[in-house]
Design a protein around this ligand. Structure first.
Ligand SMILES: [Zn+2]
Ligand SMILES: [Zn+2]
Length: 156
């Protein structure tokens, strides 16, 4: 997605386009890494241009962008959140590699299947948000390791 489209999406939802917000979007778009970025990564990038921006401000802005489904938040095993741009303009779920930390989006929302079988109705639970990540080893790490059977991690 282009920066202009993202800015448009913010504007449509009544958010101001602050220079800091624009810099945060840039940090996502210009990242060459396969790895999703932490709030600290984004902060490091933004303070190069705006030295007074606090990490707190970065978190607040990431929450706004997540709420608008411009970015997805990934909950990793280390307990830290990482963020990634949503290429299709809606939220995504990821396959996360336990070896190198790479995240690959899947075009499927498991919550849709839950709705189909009526969990929300059955449990009388109003779902407001959800997170769903699949952990494993990516093809590159699997090629690198001939000891796959000994790599840690199983379904719990
Ligand atoms: Zn990997
Ligand atoms: Zn979903």
């Amino acid at each position: 997605m282009k920066e202009q489209q993202l800015v448009e999406q913010l504007r449509r939802n009544g958010y101001k386009i602050t220079p800091q917000r624009q810099e945060i979007l840039k940090a996502f778009m210009e990242s060459s890494s396969r790895l999703p970025q932490s709030a600290e990564d984004i902060h490091n990038r933004v303070v190069e241009k705006y030295p007074n921006v606090s990490l707190d401000t970065i978190y607040r802005n990431l929450n706004v962008l997540e709420g608008l489904e411009i970015i997805s938040r990934l909950s990793l095993k280390d307990g830290k959140s990482r963020y990634e741009l949503n290429p299709g303009g809606s939220h995504q779920h990821h396959l996360i590699c336990l070896g190198c930390g790479a995240a690959e989006a899947i075009d499927y929302c498991p919550l849709k299947a839950l709705h189909e079988i009526g969990i929300a109705e059955e449990k009388k639970f109003e779902i407001r948000e959800h997170s769903f990540e699949i952990f494993g080893y990516c093809s590159l790490c699997r090629e690198r390791s001939d000891e796959i059977g000994k790599l840690p991690g199983k379904c719990s």
